[in-house]
Design a protein around this ligand. Structure first.
Ligand code: NAD
Length: 491
């Protein structure tokens, strides 16, 4: 049997940006390195694109949009092409999963079982949805006919993070392409390889040249020019709140393009006094924080536990992490691979040190595990004034906070600037409904950790989100403009 390490060695890696249906170098000739975060090995040199390359990609997108080769295609044909793209992703699942694992440090087993199937499903879902949508006729008097129609917004830019490279790309391009737009993607500089391969497969599936372009490079060099571009009609972003804020400035200072932001989180799991089966909850919550190395925007990095269940929950969490398999992301037994980069490792370590210094009780982990591996870490006795309660760590670190009452638990859960997701454990149906409504978060899982699925809108309250939602049919609103067509009927 071929091992994933062997597949990694034989991968044919993309080396160009993808513009107008072809791989190209940056106009400046500049490149940047991309490395395997587990071995430190150099795996590819990619074009360090800048404003000039962005202009070329946006022009290609605009040309294809105006030519109507995609925007004017019959919806059932767009559905067929996007279905073919989903099929091609699954036909090449091993290649893409290994590429993603090597590039991002994600366990290959997760890439095979979660990232790739969900990426394909997302593209298929939006492709299939869009030829079943009807526009509206307004309730005017007999003298007029008013059509309320949705049209593609035009040229969409998508600026992406590194934690779920393919899946976040699918969350953007699935609905953007389905609704007839042309797109320019700027993947994270740490993880650009699979975006390039996906673009190549899209052409093979029948997405015309120029409709899906990928510019690689650094945020300030390639992301900012997209944010400020006068010919980009809408920009969709997933990443940190700090960078998300900049895109509102770029838009305000350029052409007032539509902006949709999916940003950071500090999601809490609230365990009420009547929650059933604390051992099961600890198992679910260990996954909710340690899955994907905690590099997950909805990672439940806080647990707020009622005093009646607090001690048992902390003890059960410690048992969960006792033998958590860490190591080479290409080994299928690995549940936790390396953090994405040395820079990110330093950020996670610094916040863990702050937890120790500010008086949280270290229950498990608390240090690196060799290279860029970081031990699954559990803190107890965390209080709202601590940095590990307030700041997004984006690593395998959870803090447990004690609440004196159910009401206080909900208040503590809401006591950060973020509002992406929350989890609530209770065996009382009335409390489940009442408190799910009180949690200020875009997604609330009750008696399970959940981000919803492709059919449910995903996004954040407060500093976690702005301007729209990913997923579900609601995502189409980001990529379409409403138009009223008023026809005088002459009476
Ligand atoms: P990041 O904000 O550092 O980078 C995201 C993207 O923005 C990258 O492509 C980067 O190159 C680009 N960028 C950076 N600086 C820029 C600038 N000045 N101008 C224009 N573009 C710039 O985020 P990250 O570290 O890649 O990802 C981690 C963050 O993403 C976390 O905060 C996490 O919570 C968030 N995230 C949110 C969701 C969600 O759906 N809400 C999902 C995944 C990740």
């Amino acid at each position: 049997m071929t091992s994933y390490t062997d597949i990694a060695k034989s991968l044919k890696l993309p080396t160009g940006a993808y513009i107008d249906g072809a791989f190209v170098d940056a106009r400046s000739g500049a490149t940047f390195e991309t490395r395997n975060p587990y071995t430190g090995d150099l795996i590819a040199l990619l074009p360090a694109c800048g404003a000039e390359d962005v202009d070329i990609a946006v022009a290609a997108a605009r040309r294809s949009f105006e030519a109507g080769v995609w925007s004017g295609m019959h919806p059932s044909e767009r559905k067929r092409v996007l279905g073919k793209l989903a099929d091609l992703l699954m036909a090449n699942i091993e290649e893409l999963a290994v590429m993603e694992a090597v590039d991002a440090g994600k366990p290959v087993a997760d890439c095979l079982e979660i990232d790739l199937p969900e990426t394909a499903n997302c593209i298929r879902w939006h492709g299939e949805a869009q030829d079943k949508l009807y526009d509206q006729v307004a309730p005017t008097g007999p003298g007029a006919l008013a059509l309320v129609v949705r049209e593609p917004v035009g040229v969409v830019a998508a600026v992406l993070p590194w934690n779920f490279p393919l899946l976040m790309m699918a969350w953007k391009i699935g609905p953007a392409l389905a609704t007839g737009n042309s797109v320019v993607v700027k993947p994270a500089e740490q993880t650009s390889l699979t975006a390039l391969r996906l673009a190549e497969l899209a052409l093979e599936a029948g997405v015309p040249a120029g409709v899906l372009n990928v510019v690689t490079g650094m945020g300030p060099d390639a992301g900012e020019p997209l944010g400020r571009h006068m010919d980009v009609d809408a920009l969709t972003f997933t990443g940190s709140t700090e960078v998300g804020r900049k895109f509102l400035e770029y838009s305000a200072q350029s052409n007032l393009k539509e902006v949709c932001l999916e940003m950071g989180g500090k999601s809490a799991a609230v365990v009420l006094s009547d929650a059933a089966n604390i051992a099961d909850i600890a198992e679910t919550q260990a996954n909710a924080i340690f899955w994907n190395m905690g590099e997950n925007c909805t990672a439940n990095s806080r647990i707020i536990a009622h005093k009646d269940v607090y001690d048992e929950l902390v003890a059960e969490l410690a048992k969960q992490v006792a033998d958590w398999p860490m190591g080479d992301q290409l080994d299928t037994a690995t549940r936790q691979g390396p953090l994405v980069s040395a820079e990110h490792f330093a950020k996670v370590s610094g916040l863990v040190d702050s937890g120790k210094a500010q008086g949280a009780r270290l229950v498990a982990g608390g240090a690196g595990g060799g290279g860029l591996l970081f031990q699954p870490t559990v803190f107890a006795d965390v209080t709202p004034g601590m940095d590990i309660f307030q700041k997004e760590i984006f690593g395998p670190v959870v803090g447990v906070t004690r609440a004196e009452s159910d009401e206080e638990a909900i208040e503590l859960a809401n006591a950060t600037e973020y509002g992406l997701a929350a989890t609530l454990y209770t065996s009382n149906i009335a409390k489940a409904h009442r408190y799910a409504r009180k949690l200020r978060a875009g997604t609330v899982g009750v008696n399970t950790y959940s981000e919803g699925d492709i059919s449910t809108p995903f996004g954040g309250f407060k500093a976690s989100g702005f301007g729209g939602r990913d997923n579900g049919i609601h995502a189409h609103e980001q990529y379409t403009e409403l138009k009223t067509i008023w026809i005088d009927l002459g009476e």
